[in-house]
Design a protein around this ligand. Structure first.
Ligand SMILES: Cc1cc2nc3c(=O)[nH]c(=O)nc-3n(C[C@H](O)[C@H](O)[C@H](O)COP(=O)(O)OP(=O)(O)OC[C@H]3O[C@@H](n4cnc5c(N)ncnc54)[C@H](O)[C@@H]3O)c2cc1C
Length: 428
């Protein structure tokens, strides 16, 4: 059987389905831009679910990310955040969080200060916006409330005892207990994603609440690994609080983690409902920059796919998601072989000290862009004025150390889409 090539035409093609790619599609749709998005899961399912704006500067945690941004822009003028104003970042976050809210996934509102948020082993880090299911952790932590943390028989990588041990000196009224999850009592390994899907069934919730109630004692809050549903997390969270009569919060687990899977599934479903053409779980194999349009080539189980676009945003992430690759000698952009800003020679990739407070030069490699987020070469010449980039594929940032992954993705996509919207409106 000869399979026919499927062809899509759009004003914008977004390459990547991480936070940067999805944010770009959200912003483009709300500006009436006809958009096709291509990408597979990438790092999205690994995320804690927290949206960091700027959690650290010069190896110090920040309470006020806006103050940190001011210093960052002065000290690192090449950082992508130096190309986006505070006002634009606030608008970008508001628009993104509101869009998620409308899709049915609620987050805390972006504000002035970072929240101190819990991590799987009981460490804490500053973050800007939290999933609503995790929000009560900040109240519980600041009042040092009596909290029962539970984990599950068969669950690996999340230990309530470990969290209590790590936090006990600052938070004495923490306790740990282990439970069997309903219908998963054999002692075999259990997975947060499977429990989360089981929580979508009312009878499972009722039985789980009954078991929790039996051990809650005088706890003021119950904390648990993130597993309160995939598609209706806020509803399930509220239902469980009602059944239990106690406030509940989730703590992120190690990857792949439920909050990331929630984001992936809701975005995948809703972006197409809202009018985007979504080619899921596929990667663009080749790009051709023709005079009239940019053509993207890929294939899926139904055959060849060709996307013709007037503009492209490359939001393909770093090494983990396949946006960048490296050999023994250099770092390369994996799809188009675009020029990459990087240290001269592999011997300069890493600092002598693993814990160097300035980080490792290799982590600041990536694509260079102008103020419109059009990709440039090393002599600051635009490669093609229809090609933009956003997210952590960009150079001059160290998102892990600076704790700015989601913020960078959201803010830079906002800026790139606005530039494209302006260009398109000037043409029509
Ligand atoms: C373990 C872990 C924990 C994290 N925790 C946090 C956190 O607590 N807070 C926070 O703010 N951020 C966190 N992040 C970061 C966050 O998940 C995102 O990685 C970050 O926001 C950057 O997103 P991005 O879209 O630029 O890149 P990515 O998320 O890496 O997405 C890149 C996308 O591009 C796709 N792609 C690559 N090549 C192609 C191609 N040729 N064709 C089509 N698609 C392609 C990939 O499949 C992927 O979908 C975490 C990440 C990890 C890995």
């Amino acid at each position: 059987m000869i399979k026919k090539t499927r062809q899509y035409k759009s004003e914008l093609a977004v390459i990547g389905a991480g936070i940067a790619g999805c944010a770009a599609t959200i912003f483009a749709l709300s500006r009436g831009i006809k958009t096709t998005q291509i990408g597979n899961t990438g790092a999205l399912a690994y995320t804690t679910g927290y949206f960091d704006l700027l959690g650290a500067h010069q190896a110090k945690y920040l309470q006020d990310p806006w103050q940190g941004l001011q210093q960052l822009r002065k000290q690192q003028p090449e950082h992508p955040y130096a190309k986006v104003s505070d006002e634009e970042i606030r608008s970008a976050f508001n628009e993104f969080i509101t869009a998620l809210d409308k899709m049915g996934l609620h987050y805390s509102s972006p504000g002035q200060n970072n929240h101190l948020a819990m991590l799987p082993a009981g460490a804490c880090k500053p973050t800007f916006c939290l999933p609503a299911t995790m929000q009560k952790a900040t109240q519980a932590m600041s009042s040092k409330a009596s909290v029962l943390i539970i984990d599950f028989v068969g669950l690996q990588g999340f230990s309530a005892k470990e969290i209590v041990a790590n936090l006990k000196s600052q938070w004495p009224r923490l306790r740990a207990k282990r439970l069997s999850f309903p219908e998963m009592e054999t002692g075999a390994q259990v997975f947060p994603e499977v429990m989360a899907r089981a929580m979508e069934v009312a009878t499972t919730r009722e039985e789980f609440a009954r078991r929790l109630k039996a051990i809650a004692g005088d706890a003021e809050y119950i904390a648990m690994p993130a597993m309160l549903g995939i598609h209706k997390a806020d509803f399930i969270h509220a239902e469980m609080e009602k059944l239990l009569g106690l406030p509940i919060f989730e703590i992120p687990t190690i990857p792949p983690a439920v909050p990331g899977i929630r984001l992936r599934e809701i975005l995948e479903q809703q972006l197409s409902v809202q009018g985007a053409t979504i080619v899921t779980q596929q990667k663009v194999k080749r790009v051709s920059f023709d005079e009239d349009v940019i053509r993207l080539f890929l294939h899926d189980i139904y055959g060849q796919v060709e996307v013709e676009a007037n503009n492209v945003i490359l939001a393909s992430g770093r090494f983990l998601s396949g946006g960048l690759k490296s050999d023994q000698y250099e770092i390369r952009e994996a799809l188009i072989d675009l020029p990459i800003y990087q240290p001269q020679g592999r011997e300069n990739w890493f600092s002598e000290s693993y814990f160097d407070a300035n980080g490792h030069a290799v982590n600041r490699s990536g694509l260079e862009v102008n103020d419109q987020f059009q990709v440039m070469d090393q002599s600051a010449k635009i490669i093609d004025n229809r090609l933009y980039a956003s997210g952590i594929v960009l150079a001059h940032q160290d998102w892990i150390r600076q704790r700015c992954g989601a913020g960078l993705a959201i803010a830079t996509s906002f800026k790139a889409v606005n530039a494209i919207a302006q260009k398109l409106s000037a043409v029509t």
